[in-house]
Design a protein around this ligand. Structure first.
Ligand SMILES: NC(=O)C1=CN([C@@H]2O[C@H](COP(=O)(O)OP(=O)(O)OC[C@H]3O[C@@H](n4cnc5c(N)ncnc54)[C@H](O)[C@@H]3O)[C@@H](O)[C@H]2O)C=CC1
Ligand SMILES: O=C(CO)COP(=O)(O)O
Length: 326
């Protein structure tokens, strides 16, 4: 099989590298952190981001972008959303034309409101793009546990081809031509997972948790549609599917971050929680599109320090009553 280059050697990049290496692809894993790259090469483990999970010996880790991308027929971009613009621009000299880029981050660029596909279309114009998103914890995928995700491309046949290429025996990819819907689902579920974590951390109970997830999904769907996604996509793996996963498991870094906030703990040492960076811009996009998104707005206000957790809960509960379908 042809070579896959994975750009980003954090938890998700390492997991995807392990997935495709086990599936028989030649995989090069590029990371900027030479220490982590050396550790992966020497110990067949990513001690910083996926400790305790054995990685296939066939993964070729490298800190050299040119080496990683040389001859690759598929490139997975797996760096955090706020770094994607810088990383994509740095890859330009090393990328062959026509090689598909698959965007695996879940977020919205803070300063600009751009989704991942907009960022890469700007930094690397004219490249075929796909977006991969859905319920998939890195540690599950790295261990070979099964899941299903969505792979989107603007052209339906290109999406079908990418989904075939990215599917393995344990990783089932559904194709979609709704790029924005898939991106919006992946980005917004992180903000709602923060809210679900806050509810859990504050000890508000399972009933509140279910209510929050359900109303959170209404917001994900409403805002996702306002931003150009289709309802059926937002009800799919990248929206509802990933929302269910991350709102119900402390394995989610966003949920864990929210839970720590809910318990009143220090959050400064916690792992990357993309929702922390997406919340404010998602709230701004809701305002810009006149979309009602009270949970997203409340999460943004708590994160900015404008609202305490208790005041946030009171604010959501005291909203004017309304019809459920509205
Ligand atoms: N961890 C998970 O279970 C999943 C994560 N994702 C998404 O994948 C994206 C990446 O997440 P993780 O790998 O989990 O994060 P992580 O925090 O584990 O790793 C981030 C990696 O990106 C690298 N990086 C950061 N800024 C960089 C820059 N400017 N240049 C080069 N490399 C840079 C870091 O060195 C690190 O290797 C996020 O958007 C996340 O939402 C998606 C699905 C599952
Ligand atoms: O997106 C994910 C699983 O699908 C990972 O979620 P967290 O970033 O909250 O851990």
């Amino acid at each position: 099989m042809s070579a896959i280059a994975v750009v980003g050697s954090g938890a998700w990049g390492t997991a995807l590298a392990a997935l495709y290496a086990r599936d028989g692809s030649a995989v090069r894993l590029f990371g900027r952190d030479a220490e982590t790259i050396a550790a992966i090469g020497a110990g067949r483990e990513n001690p910083r981001y996926l400790p305790g999970i054995a990685l296939p010996a066939s993964i070729c880790p490298t800190a050299d972008a040119a080496e990683a991308l040389k001859g690759a027929s598929l490139v997975l971009l797996v760096v955090p959303a706020q770094s994607l613009s810088e990383v994509a621009a740095g890859l330009a000299p090393h990328l062959r034309s026509g090689v598909p880029l698959v965007l695996c981050a879940k977020g919205i660029e803070q300063g600009t409101g751009r989704f991942m596909s907009d960022i890469v279309a700007g930094a690397l114009p004219g490249r075929p793009l796909g977006v991969l998103s859905g319920p998939s914890f890195a540690s599950d995928v790295a261990r070979g546990l099964p899941t299903a995700v969505t792979v989107a491309a603007a052209d339906a046949e290109a999406a079908d081809a990418l989904a075939r290429r990215l599917s393995t025996d344990s990783f089932r990819c559904y194709a979609s031509d709704d790029v924005r819907g898939v991106e919006a689902g992946g980005a917004l579920k992180n903000v709602l997972a923060l809210a679900a974590g806050i509810v859990a951390g504050r000890g508000l109970g399972a009933s509140a948790q279910a209510a929050l997830i359900t109303r959170g999904f209404v917001e994900l769907r409403r805002l996702g549609e306002a931003l150009g996604g289709r309802p059926e996509t937002l009800m799919g793996l990248s929206g509802l599917g990933d929302l269910v996963l991350t709102c119900s498991s402390p394995q989610s870094r966003n949920f864990a971050y929210g839970a720590a906030l809910g318990r009143g703990e220090d959050v400064t040492t916690l792992k990357l929680a993309e929702g922390v960076y997406t919340a404010a811009i998602a709230a701004r996009l809701a305002a810009k599109t006149s979309t009602e998104a009270p949970i997203v707005e409340t999460v943004a206000a708590v994160l900015s320090g404008g609202l305490t957790v208790d005041a946030a809960i009171q604010r959501l509960l005291a909203r004017p009553l309304k019809r459920e379908a509205g």
